[in-house]
Design a binder for this molecule. Structure first.
Ligand code: RTP
Length: 157
């Protein structure tokens, strides 16, 4: 099936430290099952500084220090997912931030099934294309060039 409406898009998905050990295989299976191409993948422990940079938009939130602590406490799996409408589709698969809400509105979502609470919520996904590009650069610095990031036709920034 050819999709004429959405150009290929990249998003950054992260399997957070709380989910990596128990749910990695299941999450990867579902990502592939939904037709995403995993174009980059690495497992890494974020330094405190990298976690702060990654979530810098939240630095004034009351949960920021807990969030940084959590994200740097063990290995994360970082994935670049490529597909038409990847940003929105991966966000939909993740479900709402709070698993209590996810269990009501989207019981099949990752967070409904794998998250323990609003902080330890199993997965991350970029919220828009600009964030995706920025975070892919931060995590996979070596592909941080215009030509590579626009390889799927996203040149309209
Ligand atoms: P993410 O950025 O990780 O994909 O998650 P999100 O958009 O659904 O949620 P966001 O509001 O951007 O929050 C980022 C992450 O901070 C933690 N959080 N803790 N304790 C709390 O009230 C709280 N709220 C958010 C979660 O790990 C959330 O994913």
């Amino acid at each position: 099936e050819i999709n004429f409406f959405f150009p290929k898009q990249q998003t950054l998905a992260v399997i957070k430290p709380d989910a990596l050990e128990k749910h990695k295989e299941m999450i990867l299976e579902e990502i592939h099952g939904r037709g995403f191409s995993v174009t980059r993948l690495k497992e890494t422990v974020l330094s405190r500084e990298m976690a702060e940079e990654f979530y810098k938009d939240h630095r004034d939130k009351p949960f920021f220090s807990q969030l940084v602590e959590f994200m740097s406490r063990g290995p994360c799996m970082m994935l670049v997912l490529t597909k038409e409408n990847a940003v929105e589709e991966w966000r939909a698969m993740m479900g709402p931030t709070d698993p209590d809400q996810a269990m009501v509105t989207s019981p099949n979502s990752m967070r409904a099934r794998f998250a323990s609470n609003i902080l330890h919520n199993s997965v991350h996904g970029s919220s828009n294309e600009q964030h995706a590009e920025e975070k892919i650069c931060l995590i996979f610095g070596d592909i941080c060039t215009d030509s590579e990031l626009t390889v799927d036709g996203e040149t309209d920034t």
